[in-house]
Design a protein around this ligand. Sequence first.
Ligand code: ATP
Ligand code: MG
Ligand code: MG
Length: 383
Amino acid sequence: MWNDRKVGILGGGQLGRMLVESCNRLNIQANVLDAENSPAKQISFHDGHVTGSFKEREAVRQLAKSCDVMTAEIEHVDTYALEEVASEVQVEPSWQAIRTIQNKFNQKEHLRQYGIPMADHRELVKNTQEELAEIGEQLGYPMMLKSKTMAYDGRGNFRVNSKADIPEALEALKDRPLYAEKWAYFKMELAVMVIKTKDEVLSYPTVETVQEDSICKLVYAPARNVSNKINEEAQALARKAVAAFEGKGAFGVEMFLLEDDSLMLCEIASRIHNSGHYTIEGCALSQFDSHIRAILDLPIPAKSLEIRQPSIMLNIIGGSAPDTHLKAAEAALSIPNAAIHLYSKGAAKPGRKMGHITVTAATMHEAETMIQPLIDVVDNIRA
Ligand code: ATP
Ligand code: MG
Ligand code: MG
């Protein structure tokens, strides 16, 4: 039957959990590889899960034996393990795509061949002060020093304002492979969720993302005060960038909108993405639904990716106390049209994503008015 192939998911965090929610509604079995009782496993009772880490080769082999199609909720997986099992199980997107994308420098070198606009950047090979000072001369200040690998939520970025910051920057990112990027003077950050199917590259509309301390805080769908032309151009750029990779599934594309209305790619994630959570309430098919359909070659009507109502997503990030995220969720209980998603990760740590809330309304203005009290609560938690 169309739904009897088993999906294996590397990683059982919130993204894996929301993938499982989509699988559950279609009676598709999702086998999750992660620690016992991880958020995704908590909502999926069967004996197909694997205990271990997506970084352990043996655990990946075991998951491969239990499923027909394997996918990942995170790009920081062991792609050599994926390469090894690719002969016995379908891996989506391809291990080659994940391997290239998980190294942000390699990702950019690859995309350069496809003419994707990006901030000018330079690789560090020695990680010395002299080397970075020379790069600073070329790129100018400020510049962003970035870890090529294992980067997320800005952990891996260091803003270098002047030559004087160089020792501190290299200390903050020591022992990591590095590159430096020219500063992007953007007026807005945009994102597009792209769905790559067996024969098409589809996109959701362009959204606006707001980062605080380099962590995504808010997503406005569609992007506010952005013309149809820019909305279309951003989607086209995102589809072109994703088309440069092999394999099926959802890809999150982050972009900068510059002062002159031109677009620049920030980075690609080879997976479902925080900027696409609004699709659960905002669209007929969520990014998680679409990802599962794409990897199983099930139909995805393009119409189902349109935004039905303006939506705003607010992340609930861990604060100073272990339960502050519950206060934010409690406040949302009384807000009309607010959908609450808690990830069941246990006690919060500062900066950890604990849940999110999506408000939908007939107009963006109405959604903004409804969500403002929640933004105030979240700001107080973080303060
Ligand atoms: P994610 O959690 O999205 O994977 P990440 O750790 O991979 O984040 P980036 O997406 O590269 O990091 O950068 C995080 C944020 O830092 C961006 O959303 C943007 O706000 C800022 N930023 C990154 N690169 C630049 C740049 N070249 N110029 C200015 N700001 C930048
Ligand atoms: Mg990233
Ligand atoms: Mg990013």
